[in-house]
Structures are given as C-alpha cells and as structure tokens.
Design a protein. Structure first.
Length: 198
C-alpha cells in the first residue's frame, strides 16, 4: 500500500519540483542579466573619461551635469587621486563630491578595473565601474533603482507562470485520474459480466 502511494504521487511531486526549479532558474537568470546590464552605462562613461584623461583632455568630464545622488537617476562620474580624494566629477551627495571606498580603489589598482554595487547611504544603491588611470581612478555609477523596481515585476511574472503551470499540472493529473478511474470501472464491469451470465 505504501509503495503504491509513492508510485502514484512520485510523478506529481517530481513535476512540482522540476517546475519550481525551472521557474526559479528563470528568475535568477533574468535578475542577474538585469543587474549586470546596469554596469554597461557606467563602463562606457568611465572608459571615455579615462581615455581622455590619458590624452590630457577633460571634454566628457567637463560636459557632465551636476548629479545629486539622493535625487537623480542620472549617471555620474568622479575622479579620485591615489589617496582616494575626489578631485573632479559630477556625482554629489549632501553637497560634496562623492568618493568610493578605498577598498574599491585598491582592487582597481590591482586589476585595472573593479565593478561593485556601492551603497553610500541607506536606500541608495549604485552599479559602479572604477578604472585605474595612471595615479588616478575614474569611477562612474548608475542608480540601481530602476533595476530593483523591475525585480518586483520579474517576481510577479515568474510567480504567475509558476502558478499557471501548477494549475495545468493539476488539471492534467485530475484528468488522468478520471480516465484511470473510468478504465478501472470498465475493467471491473467486464470481469463481472461472464459471472452474471452464468
């Protein structure tokens, strides 16, 4: 009896587990792709400013508008010296030019580039790219608020897809159960027919 119980329900349990893993994977992939794509804008801005600084120019840097990180979603860029002191840029917080943590700069000094999620204040999270340029560091960032807002939509869509798949599984299983039950009844009726005729 116990063995038959597992035999009947194991395919159902396996279907639920597989569907849950599948939709969970879809969510994680979508979330990570969205997060990684947030680095694209900062990387373009930082690499452009870095290339110009190597040539002794500041065209792109000077053209950047003032960005208040607590209010604006616009990308920003900041140039820091070897000691981590900001010398120029467009990103400001509480009226002061922002500077990334020294640990971020130290890692950029080793590899030439460092991509991190930076949280300068509660509720403020930025995708940042830091490049080493001689004795300076160029860091560009972009608010993660749009990406984090989309995360709720991802969860809703994936959750809806999972729910629909569970309803479909349930409907198919119920239909198969009714078909199996009908076949058992027909088989029982056929097996009893010769006895009644005797």
């Amino acid at each position: 009896m116990r063995g038959s119980w597992w035999q009947l329900r194991l395919p159902r349990i396996a279907g639920i587990v597989v569907a849950t893993i599948l939709f969970g994977t879809i969510y994680l992939v979508a979330q990570q792709l969205d997060r990684l794509s947030a680095n694209d804008g900062p990387l373009r801005l930082a690499s452009q400013v870095a290339a110009e600084l190597r040539e002794g120019q500041k065209t792109t840097l000077d053209a950047q508008p003032h960005v208040d990180l607590s209010r604006s979603l616009a990308p920003f860029v900041v140039v820091e010296d070897a000691q981590g002191q900001p010398s120029d840029g467009s990103g400001f917080l509480k009226g002061s030019l922002v500077s990334l943590p020294t640990g971020v700069l130290a890692n950029a000094a080793k590899s030439g580039q460092n991509n991190v999620t930076w949280q300068p204040a509660p509720g403020l999270r930025f995708a940042t790219v830091t490049l080493k340029v001689g004795n300076q560091f160029v860091s560009a960032g972009q608010s993660l608020k749009p990406s984090e807002d989309r995360d709720g939509t991802f969860r809703l869509l994936v959750g809806f897809g999972w729910l629909v798949s569970m309803l479909v599984f349930g409907g198919v299983w119920f239909l198969l159960y009714r078909v199996r039950l009908q076949l058992l009844r027909q088989s029982a009726a056929q097996s009893q027919a010769p006895r009644s005729s005797e």
